[in-house]
Design a protein around this ligand. Structure first.
Ligand SMILES: NC(=O)c1ccc[n+]([C@@H]2O[C@H](COP(=O)([O-])OP(=O)(O)OC[C@H]3O[C@@H](n4cnc5c(N)ncnc54)[C@H](O)[C@@H]3O)[C@@H](O)[C@H]2O)c1
Length: 340
């Protein structure tokens, strides 16, 4: 079988470093780890401006061809089926432009696609016009238990959804986009009701913003902020008529609590202690590689696309705009009253 040739752009954490030093039989968290483990891809080349990092990455992943820029790749005769964009977000727009010129069959771009909605829209359209598939790494879209939970919600296993609380930090676009994207998948389109005080806890241009949204049937969604200086935070709590389900630690765990009869107060229903079980986030990157292979070779639909990422970035950008440009109209005080 012919292996699909992969070019990795930006040789840092999500490209491969997160998997370096982990046991070979552990599930991959990175692009290089996922493609290599899948077995139907070959890591043909990588791009990394930092010479030492490039050499170390090539050695760690057995990559023969290393370049300091995508311009350098364009000067060669090399062709690729897949280009993974794993550079810092501000470099994505330029990298995508250059990647398009290399005409791969698919680009696997890290989130967010670019730092601005306008740029992302332009580049997603450019991929579409060039017939180049685009997968965006909103990783949880490839976690099997997220799909199962979506099915549970549809069949009413947990009853009616009453409200949702999400917890995040490290920027509405950088990390909040994972949260908004997951909520889009589970709840569909949401409207922004109001935003709170922006907190600059990581990237200077990407505040973490508390926000109140409304999903279908008026279900309230509240995103609550931590500070990136403290610890990584990504959780979702969903309150249903039959219990409460919480995705913890980014999806590494789920906690399920059902409504049960109270031991203390006769006739009352309360939330039971429930169970905490392992999540299937660990399987997501492996599934992404499989989805990418099938999308290229047999036209399978991609679970996470440029279009789904654009819908997410539109919401993130609007939240940041409201929080940063017009705070006096939307700022919420502890009393719940808006200032005017
Ligand atoms: N999907 C996820 O859960 C997830 C997790 C972590 C990071 N990310 C995303 O991945 C991207 C990279 O994050 P990271 O933490 O791996 O960063 P990193 O800093 O660890 O790695 C980025 C690498 O890109 C290199 N680089 C810089 N300019 C470049 C250029 N012009 N061309 C090619 N390479 C260049 C840097 O030298 C560095 O080695 C970001 O967009 C981030 O948002 C996504």
């Amino acid at each position: 079988m012919e292996l699909l040739r992969v070019l990795i752009v930006g040789c840092g954490n999500i490209a491969g470093t997160f998997d370096q030093g982990r046991a070979g039989n552990e599930l991959p968290y990175t692009h290089a780890g996922a493609f290599l483990r899948d077995g139907r891809f070959i890591l043909s080349a990588c791009v990394e401006p930092d010479t030492e990092k490039r050499k170390a990455f090539m050695a760690a992943w057995g990559i023969n061809n290393g370049y300091s820029s995508l311009e350098q790749v364009a000067e060669t005769e090399d062709g690729f089926d897949v280009i993974s964009i794993c550079s810092p977000t501000p470099m994505h727009a330029q990298n995508l432009e250059l990647a398009l010129k290399l005409k791969p069959r698919l680009i696997f771009c890290e989130k967010p696609v670019t730092t601005s909605l306008t740029e992302s829209e332009r580049l997603v359209a450019a991929c579409r016009d060039a017939n180049i598939l685009l997968a965006v790494n909103h990783t949880r879209r490839w976690a099997p238990d997220v799909a199962e939970f979506q099915a549970d919600m549809r069949t009413g296993r947990w009853g009616q959804l009453r409200s949702v609380v999400g917890f995040y930090n490290k920027g509405i676009l950088n990390n909040g986009s994972h949260l908004i994207d997951l909520l889009h998948l589970l709840l569909g389109k949401m409207e922004i009701e109001k935003v709170g005080e922006p907190l600059h806890d990581f990237f200077p241009n990407d505040p973490t913003v508390p926000v109140w949204l409304k999903a279908a049937q008026g279900v309230p969604v509240h995103l609550v902020c931590g500070n990136a200086a403290d610890y990584a935070l990504f959780e979702i709590q969903m309150i249903f008529s039959k219990g409460m389900v919480t995705m913890e630690d980014g999806g590494f765990f789920w906690r399920e609590r059902r409504a049960v009869a109270s031991n203390a107060f006769k006739g009352y229903q309360v939330l039971g202690e429930g169970v905490r079980r392992d999540g299937e986030y660990r399987l997501a990157m492996q599934n992404a590689a499989d989805n990418i292979f099938r999308a290229i070779t047999s036209g399978a639909a991609l679970a996470s696309t440029g279009e789904t990422a654009i819908a997410t970035q539109r919401v993130c950008e609007e939240i940041a705009r409201l929080a940063c440009t017009n705070p006096e109209k939307v700022r919420v005080h502890s009393t719940g009253e808006k200032s005017v």
